[in-house]
Design a protein around this ligand. Sequence first.
Ligand code: UDP
Length: 338
Amino acid sequence: MQPFDYRSAAPSGLPGSGKVVLVAGGAGFLGSALCGRLLDEGNRVICVDNLLSGDLSNIADYMQHPRICFVLQDIINPLTIAGPVDEIYNMACPASPPRYQRDPIHTIRTCFEGSMTLLRLAAEKGARILLSSTSEIYGDPEITLQHERYRGNVNTVGPRACYDEGKRAAETLFWEYGAHLGAETRIARIFNTYGPRMHPDDGRVVSNFVVQALRGQPLTIYGDGAQTRSFCYVDDMVDGLMRLMASDEKMPVNLGNPGEFTMLELAQTVRDALGKPVEITFRPLPQDDPRQRCPDIARARDLLGWAPKMSLAQGLKPTIGWFTARVQAELRETTMVC
Ligand code: UDP
């Protein structure tokens, strides 16, 4: 197979002397926000994505930029790049339960085999490499603030296992490469993140609630709504990821917003942000749904000088703006068809 050579990629072969940064999963929700920030800071960006859950519309604004190129590629297949690569972010994998459960074998292969592909590339290039791991590696936690020493409570044979165990195995691979093979590895344990560019039908709770409210539908609460999550705004998360990449820390670091909400409280916050009454309907709780999730971010504070800046109420404003534009476009399309 011919290596991909970004130096001859259209339109201009990534000119300049900035770092060459490869973002796998760069057309996804979080990956595309990261690509934007990397470009803003003068880097040259190779965006790799199989477009399974990512979408070219997420990077459409950047595609005329001379310092980014796009490679359509599934990272479970070998990836060869000609020319130097300085940093690699592994952001590739659907993160929403309905999406990663659609093809569970592909999900676990993306986590494990995809990480192998990128670690091999990093070893060949001498590149620093960061894994987007997840709070899911804690499973259904038995402690209320999850710190990095907590080993988790994960079901290996449930519907979430393809993602949870895939990411756990990926962490082990990264740790082996970092601890024993001299690779410059970084491991970010990402807690629930939201913001513009989430897909309206992503299936996660923030996008579901906002889109349901905008469409005038009842908000679907799974179970009794007493389970908790902590929601981090996307720009804060991107900042944390870049700080971790720039740090010397090889052991896992939690990145998330410690503000903890029940799903009932989230529904209330969405209602307040929209300023209109919304109905609520209750649905069965999915199997193995974690009862609580709240990050201990002491290590991120100490090692990276990082803490999220945006509260949930603040972050919901631009998020609602993003979804409002999408729902209005949907309505226009429906009206035109009628
Ligand atoms: N959830 C909900 N209604 C929805 C979607 C999700 O009540 O329409 C719940 C879900 O059961 C879970 C929480 O919201 O307890 C967060 O779900 P999400 O899929 O966003 O993320 P994850 O479970 O992976 O943290």
